[in-house]
Each structure stands twice: as C-alpha cells, then as structure tokens.
Design a protein around this ligand. Structure first.
Ligand SMILES: Cc1ncc(COP(=O)(O)O)c(C=O)c1O
Length: 385
C-alpha cells in the first residue's frame, strides 16, 4: 500500500529507536522508570469530573456539538482571560474551542499555509510546529533557540527569503522542551516583526499555568498590538491535569479564529458538549494551585541530583520539564541509551526536538515523587562516578 507523498515528507520518528529499546528492557523484566513523556500523573479535579458526569447524564449533550462551542465555555474562557491576564476577549468572535492544542496548531497550518509558504518554528520545539507545515504542503523555517539568548529566537537572523515567505510564526513560553520563560521584550519585538512582515503569530500557551518560584507567565495577548497580529492556543491539558480530555481553545485575532473555525467545520464536529461544560467549570475554578508546589519540589529533587552527578543544570521557572546538557563525549541519543542500559531510566534525547536540541536531554516531572527519587538514585549509582 502506498501512503501519500505528504506523509512521506515527515522526518523519521526519532523516539522510535528509544521506544524499541524501552520495550525490549521491559520484556526482559527490567523495571523501567520513564521520565520521557509530559503527561501529568495527578488526576483531574473531582469537581471537574463531577461536572462532566452531571452534564453527560443530560441527553441534550448527546447530539452533535457545534464547532463554535457552547456559550458557557466561550464565556468561561473569556472570564478566565480577564481575571488571569487582564485580557478582554469577545466570546462571540475571538474564542473557539479546540480538541487540544495539538489539533489546533496542526489545523492552523492547513488554514494559513499554501505550497511555497513558510512557518517560522523554534528549534528545538514541539514537533507539530515543523511536521504540521510539511503536512500542509508548505515548509518550516527554523529559528534556533540557544541558551546564551535565554532560548529566544533571533528575529534579526531570519533570512530575507524566509521573511518574504513566512505566513505563520510559532512561539511557546514557558517553553517545551527548554523550560525557558519568555525573555523580556520578546513579545513586543514579535508584534513589530509580524506587522512588518504580515504574518500571523501563534503563541502556544500550553504551560502558562505551570510555573515556579512565584513566576507568573504572561499571555502573548497582554502585549500591546498582539491581537492585531496573533492568536494564542490555550490548553487545559497540563495546568489542570486534563491531557486525556482534549480541551483547549484558540483565542485572539477574530479573523484568524474565524478561519480556523471555517476549516474545522470541514474536519470534525467539535467537542463533546459534556466535556465543554466540564472545561467551563475547570476554567471558572482556575488551575489546581497545589500542582505548583508539587512540580517545584520535583524540579528541585531532579536538579539537585543532576548537580551531584556533575550535570550543570539551570532550574526552570516553568513547564513540567528539566532540560540539561549531556556529558561531554556523548550525543543526546547515545547518552539516553547509556542511561537506559545502565539504570533502566528513560530520558528524552534533545535531538528529537530539533538540531539545536542536540547535546541536551529532557526529564519530565510527571512521575510520582518516590519513582522520581528512585530514578535519580539509580542515575547517581550508575553514572555518579
Ligand atoms: C508545547 C506544547 N504544545 C502542545 C502540546 C499538546 O497539548 P494538548 O494536550 O492540548 O494537545 C504539548 C504537549 O506536550 C506541548 O508540549
């Protein structure tokens, strides 16, 4: 069977080899501790589950939803943005629910890119920013995120050709995989850049609600002029422990929100209305604040242990990840393989997030404290010397 050329344009899946090795280890009876995927281990709040149960018992929610979303959810999203960020959104024109940030980001490529167009995407970055443009028949132009620039893209370094062809720019702060928070002044520069080059900025706000040390992450839409040039993709997945629910929203520029909605009416039939009502309850309640202390404690545990074995790590102020350099003499893949082999701990190789992720590895903090402590003990025992 022949798959489409579109599909074949995707780069090889770089986690494949590691996943094969993890499966082989498990089959051989090794108790593998996976620090790979960022999927909260804490359950969704009981009141959100109760809101879902109540709504699901009402047959009115059993029919096709609309892609515009229930008014309750759009109003709850607007209310959250107003309280949390001081950003005013029109629930009628500036908010549409999405089946997760991933779906939304992917579909924005279909809505805004033609063959020959370019999406400016961070390297390292969430893989959909680069795979999405390819599947849309367009291309991604990479913006290196380097530690010496605080993991901010260098807008001046974007070539004339890429500026001319760019229709989209993806940003994401707090940032996966680097854990960086938005550097001072970056959003302002981006608004100016987007105006000059007439492109749509897409800020992926998947981690604004998971921050530490008292740091409060801004919305891109707080930046003067942002709504003229951009949208934000806001997800409940990480901040509310709701990855399985597929709840997010696109908010901001009304024209872009409308284009996304128009595209979506041809692709899916929206979000189960009971989930929409539960998501509205979640937004009204706000994210569970106890998670901040939990991830902060785990972050400290990981950073302290890494330092003890000689890994120089900067504790992140946000996300649910620790991003650290591999020891000299290793590639990110060879180091992750060695760690898996010697200690049964699975890490994510930085190279899987782009060429500039090479030389780093990522640890996810979404593992119970005792397992995380054990993973760090194992690293210390096998690699400490
Ligand atoms: C930067 C970023 N965007 C989007 C997503 C996916 O979010 P969602 O569960 O809302 O689709 C992730 C998940 O890891 C992510 O790291």
């Amino acid at each position: 069977m022949r798959s489409s050329k579109r599909l074949e344009r995707l780069p090889p899946y770089l986690f494949a080899e590691l996943e094969r090795k993890i499966a082989a280890k498990k089959a051989a009876g090794v108790d593998v501790i996976s620090l790979g995927i960022g999927d909260p281990d804490t359950p969704t709040g009981e009141e959100i589950v109760a809101a879902l149960s109540g709504a699901a018992a009402d047959p009115a929610t059993h029919r096709y939803p609309s892609n515009r979303g229930r008014e309750e959810l759009r109003r709850a999203t607007a209310g959250f943005y107003e309280r949390r960020f001081g950003v005013q959104l029109d629930p009628e024109r500036e908010i549409v629910p999405a089946l997760g940030a991933k779906e939304c980001v992917f579909n924005l490529n279909l809505a805004f890119l033609d063959p020959g167009d370019v999406a400016l995407a961070a390297d390292p970055g969430y893989p959909v920013y680069t795979g999405g443009p390819l599947l849309a028949g367009a291309e991604a132009a990479l913006m290196p995120l380097l530690p010496e620039r605080g993991f901010a893209p260098d807008l001046e370094a974007i070539s004339e050709e890429d500026r001319g062809r760019a229709r989209l720019m993806y940003l994401n702060y707090p940032n996966n995989p680097t854990g960086a928070v938005v550097p001072e002044g970056l959003f302002e520069q981006v608004v100016e850049f987007a105006r000059r080059h007439e492109l749509l900025v897409v800020h992926d706000a998947s981690y604004t609600e998971t921050t530490f040390d008292g740091y409060v992450a801004p919305s891109f839409l707080e930046t003067p002029g942002a709504k003229e040039v951009g949208v934000e993709v806001f997800s409940l997945s990480k901040g509310w422990n709701m990855t399985g629910w597929r709840t997010a929203a696109i908010v901001g520029n009304a024209e872009a929100v409308e284009a996304y909605w128009r595209l979506k009416t041809n692709i899916d039939s929206g979000m189960f209305e009971a989930v929409q009502l539960a998501a509205a309850a979640a937004l009204e309640a706000g994210p569970p604040a106890e998670m901040w202390a939990l991830y902060e404690r785990r972050r400290d545990l990981v950073c302290d242990a890494l330092r003890e074995i000689g890994v120089e790590v900067t504790p992140p102020k946000g996300t649910i990840y620790v991003w650290a350099p591999v020891p000299e003499g290793h590639t990110s893949a060879s180091y992750c393989e060695l760690v898996l082999e010697e200690s049964g701990v699975a890490l994510s190789p930085g190279g899987a997030y782009g060429a500039n992720g090479e030389g780093f590895f990522r640890i996810s903090l979404t593992v119970a404290d005792d397992r995380l402590r054990e993973a760090m003990e194992r690293l210390r025992a096998s690699l400490g010397g």
